[in-house]
Design a binder for this molecule. Sequence first.
Ligand code: PHE
Length: 472
Amino acid sequence: MAAAREHFGSRLGFILAAAGSAVGIGNLVAFPVAATKSGGGAFLLVYALFVLFICLPVMMAELALGRKTDKDPVGAYRQLSGGSRLWSLPGWLALITPFMIAVFYLVVTVWVLGYLIETLTGNLDMLATEAYFGQFINSPVVFVYLVVLMLAINGILALGVKDGIERAAKTLMPTLFVMLIGLATFVLMQENAILGVKYYLVPDFSKLNAEVVKNAMSQAFFSLSLGMGIMITYGSYMKRKDSIPGSAKVVALTDTLVAFSAGLLILPSIFHFNPQIDPTELSDSSAGMIFLFLPKIFLALQENIGYLGASIFAAVFFFLVLVAALTSLVSIIEVPVATLRDERGMERKKAIYVIAAVQLVLAIACAVSFGMVDWFTNFIHLAGSDKSFFDLVELIFYNTILPLNGLLVCLFVIYKWKKSNLDLELQEGDAGFMGSLSQKYVNFSLGSFIPLILLLIFINTVAINFFGYSFI
Ligand code: PHE
């Protein structure tokens, strides 16, 4: 007989675990850079509107799917569609997507761990040199860190929902908030910090164009961990007496506040380092920022606070990113774990071993695709350029399938499961929901313009990445 379903112990526990999932590398690095390059306050406004009007309803729908069925994504779609073959597709996609996103996210997190260790051992000056990153990602020590990281994540998962995921979130998330506030306060007190704040906050509406708007939408969607089966799985661990709409709002707000605060840390640091900088020249990729650009900025702090001070600052920053990435990885790997348990009746520990073994192999394939193994480095030729195995995984699962999954959630919930059932589930634990403005909005938006927007993003991404053509 299947064991009783595990649940989060408290509403706060769920909120911290879901916020732990949502707060990741995307918030701490990608968001501030995107905001800076795309019109500061103008981008922030567009982003906030997307979170509120598009992402929140999708998050509620995912949580409702999970809680209604008490199942993993595959089981949730199967149960609510009455076993339809067609509708099993989104369930499988909501399993494979997190599985594969976890693989490339693991590799980036391994690099963060490596940078943290180098900083702690006094090597910040080395990290700040141009050639270091290329050498580091191609050194065998990367595999050691990969194993250490996987042991930590799977160790948390092995303890279960309440004693593992929830407890880790309850310790790590408050630590993350404190470190973030501490670092931002320190940076804001430095010379020229105000220039960075201005660049970050003063709106420049002339920078808004179709591409910026699309990027803001994709960023918000990714940042809230949507389209990855995570919220379906975490929804299945929620108690029926807790409000889904209320909790989703707190999670979205926390995620957005963390992203916003990260901007108050990154931008002033950059301007303190170089008041003349033109932020539009900053690297687009989070990896470029974290591993190439920021170490130089941290090292420059030694003029004010000495080498030790600069190293401590950098170490706290890398630790912050590591914690954010770790709690995201825990949530994303829990999706396949839940699926093996629910669908195959496997024990938690056994499911973890099976998944970790396959992920280790795939993560190694990603890690060696930066030059170590030529076959993985030049894995495929697509839309006019060579792509590595790492690039391909990121392209397919993170860039392309994510919006498709979101689209399928909306279509499924409204047209197959039906609005009235969604309403009933959202009403549980939230007596005031029925008849409220939120209810009307969620119903209307999920059945109309939200899937339309996600469809357009999906089509455009496929056109750009696979055919080298963009509509916007
Ligand atoms: N929200 C995460 C981020 O911003 C996205 C993510 C979630 C990535 C879970 C991996 C795993 O980085």
